[in-house]
Design a protein around this ligand. Structure first.
Ligand code: ADP
Length: 255
């Protein structure tokens, strides 16, 4: 496959914020090229897990291996350069740049930023800039929002901004993609497109970890699901099995 996915192996992960134990010894193994979902009630630690895996936070204990290599102690920038891309619940695009320019910026992750900037200022770099632009447009096509290429990101609905973040991650050469609630705010037809998109990205070989409340989407795209509840793993396994687990249903009902 054209993308050599990175496995994610988390063990004994623990993170405390003041008096709040957000994660209390979480294990999670995601094989390269698979799609794994993390679900659970609000406040159960899902986003914290993504923040730890991508180096935004440093855990109090535990291990995070990316492609078999320990990632703890690496900066978020270094982890991104190793091929970890992500999207955010509240998209983090540059609002007054176009969708296309935002995706082009993804190239900074994989090429040394200073080098790229210098290269793009040279007259001989025109062709390179054109090539990057074409590549970025290709990724916008891939995620289904090419018609927004020239629109400022801030003018685009959040659901589509998250798709643009996926394109930006791919532009950055991401081989492990962490998606934080990608379905939020999408219409039914956009949801179906997102489903197909996630399956296509995995089909290319990339690894996907998706935090999502939309359980139908999870059941359709994820081969495995891990349920978090108050910072611990409540259940893990195939979606059909996990979603029929009585303890899981109780956690969702808030009993
Ligand atoms: P989820 O994504 O499942 O809704 P989070 O990972 O966002 O859960 O949060 C888990 C717990 O950790 C919550 O109690 C939340 O308030 C707390 N928390 C998360 N991030 C921080 C932070 N940066 N500072 C303080 N508390 C935080």
């Amino acid at each position: 496959p054209p993308i050599a996915g990175l496995a994610l192996d988390i063990s004994g992960l623990r993170k405390q914020f003041g008096g709040v134990l957000a994660l209390d010894g979480v294990d999670l193994s995601v094989p390269a090229g698979s799609c794994c979902a993390i679900v659970g009630p609000n406040g159960s630690g899902k986003t914290t897990l993504l923040n730890l895996a991508s180096g935004y936070y440093v855990p109090d204990a535990g291990s995070v291996k990316i492609g078999g290599v320990e990632a703890l102690g690496s900066s978020a920038q270094k982890i991104a350069a190793r091929g970890v891309g992500r999207t955010f619940q509240t998209p983090r695009l540059i609002a007054d740049l176009t969708a296309l320019d935002n995706v082009m910026l993804g190239a900074y992750t994989r090429e040394r930023a200073g080098l790229l900037a210098t290269a793009l200022r040279l007259p001989s770099a025109r062709a390179e800039a054109r090539r990057l632009r074409q590549e970025a447009l290709g990724f916008l096509h891939f995620v289904g929002v090419a018609d927004r290429a020239d629109v400022e990101a801030g003018e685009i609905p959040h659901g589509q901004q998250r798709l643009i973040e996926i394109a930006r991650a791919m532009m950055g050469g991401a081989r492990l993609i962490l998606l934080d609630e990608p379905a939020a705010g999408l219409s039914m037809s956009e949801l179906e497109r997102l489903e197909r998109l996630i399956m296509r990205i995995c089909g290319l070989g990339a690894t996907i970890v998706i935090v999502e409340h939309h359980l139908d989407l999870v059941a359709n795209v994820a081969s495995d699901v891990t349920v978090l509840d108050r910072g611990t793993v409540l259940a893990a396994g195939k979606p059909a099995m996990v979603f029929n687990d009585e303890r899981v249903m109780r956690a969702y009902m808030g009993e």
